[in-house]
Design a protein. Structure first.
Length: 718
């Protein structure tokens, strides 16, 4: 972590400070200060005045200038001269690139614009450089729509069905919690600033608890760690409900006034006694009961079973911090829904430091129609392609209901490295007849398959506006330096492509600042942002929220559901063909006898601490810290396979395989192996990563991927 320098000393040295924001897919969305001297960014630090950044950055972003000035930056347009996948290119001019791309897209669009597919996600979370000008371009073109499901779709659906709003307790209030439960959350690696609030809560006496199949860095520092099998969280939540109801640890007033369907929920929960849940989750019945005592701390009165001393002493509100890994299984949406019901049973929503936080992305009302201009479709309704099934979709032949994808424009994403069932994804991008354009900083795994690679600016070189999904502040990102080489921002690339395509709508001439000013929906109370404050300070708290630490979104009900209540029974789910009550949806593969006979181990691939999805993998200092790709395997599972520390092992199933070095450790529970990810395939010894073995099946709701619902076998390499 870089500590900010004294502003007066910097000014005296001829160094200026530029306000910026971290663009990456992380709930912390840090406020940055970029130190610039003689037009060069010399250091990136955290803003000490920003209430959640507090001057601290993760190791990755504190070295952001290394990313911007990396010797491998793509700084000029590149045209492919080798076979797809070889990564051989020659330099071209912007005119050559834009003319060639526009000509190819025009020819395809003349036949069928829906044969053109944008592929993007969260390489930047910026509202401007993300989907604004790009959305306008593809809407005007009439291209296929990308269903962007690859991260949070299942959990978001579960939250919307249950709570209505994508909000939760303010992360700054966590310091006042009596209990903090990290459910599927390795905050030290992927939510560092929440961890600092949790540490303050711990100093004040809070109990920290982890629910995670892996003893992560965070779980290692918690007083209690429960390790269910991957994909069984919905059963565990039902077991907690069973014990809460059985023991009478309920806020009856809150249930009566602010929930819907308790009468139906109670008999459903009765079907999940601790003994049954223990068998499903691969834990003990006592652990199920202990977790219920933790969740019920605020209303607990005695217990019919023994409690650990730390749990018995716990007092105060319960703050449950969820994260997205636990919803990447067959029943991922239901798992989030079940957990989201718990604070309504105990009444923890009454308190600012109580409730469930999966996402705070609803803290600001965003005018997506103004940003992306769906009116440019002029009534057309293009087909949707799910980004999580891109491997199958690129390889699917023409059929009465499906026309082949002929062109893919990739930006803010690296699908060959990150999409499920990677062998099919690579085979799809290797099609000779597929026209591929990639906007990038580096020659990623995906860029190697491109016909054209276009140089994009990094966060230090363009303007942007950011909201967040972890805290309650919006941030401005000012360009700190001029673009390097011939790099252009995403918005400028799509402006120029629009001009080449003959799109002359006024919206394609808008500047980045003009786009940003349209981002917030002032028709909604959460969109009435104080732009003067945002411009002056670089960040602003979400409108309508109480001061930091005092926001309790559902203290008096007011849920965003049709009933205005927390919906234990959800009629909308029934209408969608789903179980309207909390339920257990078993994993597709983990624990399924059809798979476990041949593939008895579950593999999960949570983020490596020094990578962010596939970003930063090519920064040598960060990759050196991670070392080489490793597989954590429990000593019992290793011994059964003759595997010793450091052995090269092969992880495989019918979809594919990858090799890495074994790390024999009880951090991995029996039956589960852990491959920290996401490595670029080209930077792994065998040219593969964990996504080789993941299926393209989808979650129960939200149509998201099932990265953590994957059965494999592990063997020692010859």
């Amino acid at each position: 972590m870089n500590a900010p320098a004294d502003p007066q000393a910097l000014a005296a040295s001829g160094t200026r400070i530029v306000r910026a924001a971290c663009p990456h897919d992380c709930p912390d969305t840090c406020a940055l200060r970029v130190e610039v001297k003689d037009g060069v960014a010399v250091r990136v630090t955290g803003d000490p005045d920003h209430p959640t950044t507090r001057g601290a950055l993760c190791t990755k972003v504190s070295r952001y200038e290394q990313r911007t000035y990396h010797r491998d930056r793509v700084l000029h347009p590149l045209r492919r001269v080798g076979a797809k996948g070889e990564g051989r290119f020659e330099r071209a001019t912007w005119d050559e690139a834009l003319d060639a791309i526009a000509a190819r897209l025009k020819a395809i669009a003349a036949r069928d614009p829906e044969a053109i597919l944008p592929y993007s996600y969260a390489g930047t979370m910026g509202l401007v450089q993300g989907e604004s000008m790009a959305g306008r371009f593809f809407n005007k073109l009439g291209a296929a729509r990308l269903d962007r499901t690859i991260c949070s779709a299942a959990g978001t659906a579960g939250i919307r069905y249950t709570l209505g709003d994508r909000i939760g307790p303010d992360m700054e209030a966590a310091v006042d919690a009596g209990v903090i439960v990290f459910w599927g959350t390795n905050a030290i690696a992927s939510n560092l600033h929440f961890w600092t609030f949790a540490q303050e809560a711990k100093r004040r006496g809070a109990l920290l608890v982890a629910v995670d199949p892996y003893r992560s860095l965070t779980a290692d520092k918690c007083a209690l760690h429960i390790a269910p099998l991957p994909g069984t969280d919905s059963a565990l939540a039902l077991g907690v409900m069973h014990v809460l109801i059985r023991e009478g640890w309920l806020d009856h007033d809150y249930i009566a006034r602010h929930t819907l369907g308790f009468e139906q929920l109670a008999p459903r929960a009765a079907e999940f006694p601790p003994e049954r849940v223990a068998e499903l989750c691969g834990i003990t019945a006592q652990e199920v009961q202990t977790l219920a005592a933790v969740i019920g701390t605020r209303v607990r009165a005695g217990a019919s079973f023994p409690l650990p001393d730390a749990v018995a002493r716990a007092r105060g509100s319960v703050f449950i911090r969820l994260n997205y890994g636990m919803q990447r299984a067959a029943g991922g949406g239901m798992a989030v829904r079940n957990i989201a019901c718990l604070p309504a049973l105990t009444g923890d929503w009454r308190h600012p430091a109580g409730g469930v936080l999966l996402t705070a992305s609803g803290s600001f009302a965003i005018d997506n129609a103004a940003l992306e201009r769906p009116d440019l479709l002029a009534g057309r309704q293009p087909r949707a392609i799910n980004m999580s099934t891109i491997g199958d979709d690129l390889l699917r032949p023409a059929s009465p209901g499906f026309a082949p994808i002929e062109a893919v424009i990739v930006y803010n994403s690296n699908p060959v490295a990150i999409a499920p069932e990677s062998p099919k994804v690579a085979a799809g991008f290797a099609r000779d007849d597929l026209f591929t354009v990639v906007l990038e900083h580096f020659r990623t795994d995906t860029a190697d398959y491109a016909d054209w690679v276009l140089p994009a600016t990094t966060q230090l070189e363009h303007y942007d506006l950011h909201k967040t999904y972890g805290h309650a502040y919006a941030l401005i990102n000012e360009p700190a330096i001029a673009p390097l080489g011939e790099a252009l921002s995403n918005t400028e690339i799509f402006r120029r492509l629009a001009a080449r395509m003959g799109f002359d709508d006024a919206c394609f001439a808008e500047t980045d600042e003009q786009i940003a000013r349209q981002a917030f929906d002032a028709r909604h109370p959460r969109g009435r942002v104080d732009w003067a404050e945002l411009d002056a300070r670089g960040w602003v708290r979400a409108p309508g929220m109480a001061p930091a630490g005092g926001f309790a979104p559902f203290a008096e009900g007011g849920f965003g559901t049709p009933s205005g209540k927390c919906e234990f029974f959800c009629a909308r789910m029934a209408d969608a063909g789903l179980d309207p009550l909390p339920a257990y949806i078993a994993p597709y593969e983990v624990g399924n006898p059809e798979f476990t006979a041949r593939f008895p181990l579950a593999v999960i691939s949570p983020p490596a601490r020094n990578f962010l999805n596939s970003s930063f993998v090519n920064v040598e200092s960060l990759r050196a810290t991670e070392g080489e790709p490793r597989l954590d395997i429990h000593p019992a599972d290793a011994a059964a396979r003759g595997i010793a520390e450091g052995d090269r092992v092969r992880v495989f199933n019918d979809r594919g395989s990858f090799t890495l070095a074994a790390r024999v450790t009880d951090r991995a529970r029996p039956g589960v192996v852990v491959a920290l990810s996401v490595w670029w395939k080209k930077l792994a010894a065998d040219g593969r990563n964990a996504n080789e073995v993941v299926s393209q099946r989808l979650t129960d709701m939200g149509a998201g991927p099932v990265y953590y619902d994957c059965a494999v076998q592990v063997e020692k390499c010859a």
